[in-house]
Ligand binder design. Structure first.
Ligand SMILES: Cc1cc2nc3c(=O)[nH]c(=O)nc-3n(C[C@H](O)[C@H](O)[C@H](O)COP(=O)(O)OP(=O)(O)OC[C@H]3O[C@@H](n4cnc5c(N)ncnc54)[C@H](O)[C@@H]3O)c2cc1C
Length: 451
């Protein structure tokens, strides 16, 4: 072995390796980073060795699980990427109804595993997203109004800290670290090795809802958003929906509603009646197992794509005028874009039943999350699409509050305050305490005092 790599254990990939070019890339192919080394860890010792090696050799660390960070923050030029995706064992303790996972598991792997024992899981929509990255940043999913965010089910974490030591955090041990990792844990405090989640009650079947409206106009999109906002205020907490207005090369201006209802289709039909009354609604409901439901929803994702996006929390009602402006933002796609869209992720229900200070995730009172996106295929259009988001973003920013750290945007001015709101100062103190040398840093990290 190359002497420089001495001390690193696990599978090592460097630029001299044939696989390097594929292995260095994440889900968002618009972001291209060139790490010095990728180390695939199989054990706690591999992770610990990697942290110690990086410090000894003065190489910056990035931590990667599913590799889906929108801005590529689990990767970086000339860094050591500690990749935990091969640490993916799981078991369920049926006595305590708890799921024990290693930190490399994906949503899809967890869904397959827990549903084989009859449980649902408050995971995310995309099967290849890592559960670590998902839950550490909060974790919005199509079960969240019923069961809370992913981080709300977390009971314990284990991590390798800046000294390479393993520490545990839960409600009794290292409570402050545990608090911080439920909403602000991605990449900031150490490498999470394992997590324990409390599982929701077993479930037989759920209803998957899909409503589409093709070839609409901008005013209909504004009406749709108006309906969405009004509907959400009194919606049954057993239903969680994502709704989207978009402009795609295939469908032109269109919109959709998609989601899961923990109940039967007849009830779901009544609950979504407001959406069915809108012009052109085509509705499809399926009463299926939880695994079938998340598989249907997950099947809409490509293996990877090129995109730029930005997110905001909606805490106040948007006026008709604001909604018209929002719809107007996507009427014209930038050059090379094959898709522009505004997605709305329902919050409320169980998410807002937790106190704001229950965990680092700050925006408990948001009605929904807005996510603005443009997708392109040819790399030559990257800059013009990034500029497009930059120009549209202020229009959304002025009517909303804060951004969701799991949907990061590199151009945010005060990103810490935007992601963590009034929890920012306490998070900085927790960072100083658990990572005093800022060993775990990345472009939008919490950072230590004085830097
Ligand atoms: C197609 C798609 C669909 C999505 N759908 C949803 C959704 O429905 N709901 C939602 O909430 N989010 C969603 N997301 C966002 C996703 O949850 C976040 O991007 C998440 O952080 C990705 O986790 P990852 O492990 O896949 O990514 P990575 O890029 O590997 O990691 C993301 C962040 O977490 C850190 N991290 C990863 N593993 C560890 C670890 N073991 N220890 C410490 N830090 C770690 C990384 O350093 C990085 O900062 C989606 C993303 C994509 C691309």
């Amino acid at each position: 072995m190359n002497e420089f790599l001495c001390g690193l254990t696990g599978d090592i990939v460097t630029p001299f390796n044939q696989l390097y070019n594929e292995e260095r890339q994440g889900y968002n192919r618009a972001v291209q980073k060139f790490p010095l080394i990728i180390v695939y860890c199989y054990s706690r010792q591999d992770v610990s060795n990697a942290v110690i090696w990086a410090r000894k050799n003065c190489v910056q660390i990035r931590i990667r699980s599913g590799g889906h960070n929108y801005e590529g923050y689990s990767n970086g030029n000339f860094t050591l990427v500690i990749d935990v995706s091969r640490m993916n064992s799981m078991y369920i303790d049926e006595f305590s109804n708890c799921l024990h996972v290693e930190s490399g598991v994906t949503n899809g792997q967890v869904y397959n595993f827990v549903s084989s024992k009859g449980y649902p899981f408050p995971g995310g929509t995309c099967p290849t997203v890592g559960v670590s990255g998902y839950a550490l940043g909060g974790g919005w999913g199509l079960s969240c109004r019923n069961f809370g965010l992913g981080c709300d089910s977390l009971k314990e974490i284990e991590l390798v800290n800046y000294e390479g030591k393993i520490i545990t955090a839960n409600c009794e041990i290292n409570q402050d670290l545990f608090w911080a990792c439920r909403g602000a844990g991605g990449g900031n405090f150490g490498v999470i090795l394992s997590m324990i989640f409390e599982l929701p009650p077993k479930i037989d079947k759920v209803t998957v809802i899909n409503i589409e409206y093709l070839n609409v106009d901008s005013e209909e999109q504004a009406k749709f958003m108006y309906t969405w906002q009004r509907w959400l205020k009194t919606a049954d907490k057993r239903i969680t929906l994502i709704s989207r207005v978009y402009n795609s090369a295939g469908d032109n201006l269109s919109m959709l509603v998609r989601g899961i209802y923990y109940g039967i289709p007849e009830e779901a039909l009544e609950i979504v009646d407001d959406f069915l009354r809108l012009n052109g609604a085509k509705c499809d409901m399926e009463y299926v197992t939880f695994l079938e439901a998340v598989t249907i929803i997950g099947s809409s994702y490509p293996q990877y794509e090129k995109f730029q996006s930005a997110s905001r929390f909606v805490l106040r009602d948007l006026t008709w005028d604001s909604l018209t402006k929002l719809a107007g933002l996507i009427v014209k796609r930038p050059p090379g874009s094959v898709f522009t869209g505004i997605s709305m992720y329902a919050m409320g229900g169980r998410v807002s039943e937790f106190e704001t200070d229950a965990a680092a995730f700050f925006y408990r009172d948001a009605q929904y999350i807005i996510w603005l996106e443009t997708t392109w295929e040819e790399q030559q259009y990257a800059e013009v699409n990034r500029d497009w988001i930059k120009n549209q973003f202020p229009h959304i920013e002025c009517m909303t509050d804060g951004s969701y750290v799991n949907f990061p945007y590199k151009c945010l001015d005060c990103y810490k305050e935007e992601y963590y709101g009034k929890h920012t100062d306490i998070l900085k103190k927790i960072k100083d305490k658990y990572d005093p040398l800022d060993v775990f840093s990345f472009p939008q990290g919490i950072g230590i005092s004085g830097i």
